[in-house]
Design a protein around this ligand. Sequence first.
Ligand code: NDP
Length: 294
Amino acid sequence: MQSLTLNNGIHMPALGLGVFQTPPQETRSAVTAALELGYRHIDTAAAYGNEREVGQAIRDFEGPRDDIFIETKIWISDYGYDQTLHAFDKSAAKLGVDQIDLLILHQALPSEFDQTLAAYRALERLLADGRVRAIGVSNFMVDHLTTLLDATTVVPAVNQLEIHPYFQQRAVLDFGAKHHIVSQAWSPIGGITFYPGYGENRGSVLQDPAVTRIAETHGKSPAQVLLRWGIQQGRSVIPKSTRRERIAENIDVFDFELTAGELAALDALETGRRGGPEPEAVTLAAYGRAIPEA
Ligand code: NDP
């Protein structure tokens, strides 16, 4: 498994399993399948309601525990210094671990950015205390990152963002590259482009003719091409599936190479249309549901 070196020297497997929308009762089998198939990085979140099952699958795994990289996220209802320290305790207890490899803030809270900064300072404290090995953010735009870098000490190791060929966020990616922040793609195979309920039907990027053509050339699937596109451009990717055969397919992306022309053809699919929530519109009133105690 290829790994990325984070800005504090920690190694993170470039590809991990995502578990957003994986029901708790299916999480254990999905994570178990992933570990058996060679995944060593799992991305969960307090808000996904399945940290406990992720932890259970990792404990049950018979291979070495130490090389499994666990990433989770603090939800916005737990922002603030003391609240975020407590949120770490909740996540660590549900996961059944003393230390979390990568802990990130799930969203900026633009209207209450002081709370966001206080939450990030709690992550810095947890890092200094060795409770986490790396810290980062998610869905932070350039202005959020700029304010964060001005107000805090530790440069985030990772910014997890919606990134697929239809929505690439190049300004944020460039800012990340300049500041040694790894960009990690959520919906790396374009899940958000085909989930029901996300506004008008924009069409699945998996079915885009440019993607299927490249897939045919390499004898690979469209999902594999999209994951390869991210990895070859230095990003981390965390595809989600609950199906063993797709979990296997999604990690089988290290035996082929896209050409510069193919990368450019995929880059050219940008639509400028975001699938996920508008970062500026994330508020406690709209999204602030409570995260249960462990
Ligand atoms: P993905 O791009 O990973 O797509 C997942 C969807 O694709 C599911 O419907 C899955 O269905 C299907 N799928 C998986 N593999 C294949 C395949 N090989 N061929 C065809 N279809 C496939 O989208 P996600 O939105 O889940 O993003 C991945 C991860 O990113 C999440 O699980 C989560 O960890 C993280 N995330 C973070 C967010 C944030 O705000 N920070 C927001 C959204 C996601 P099935 O399970 O049935 O195989």
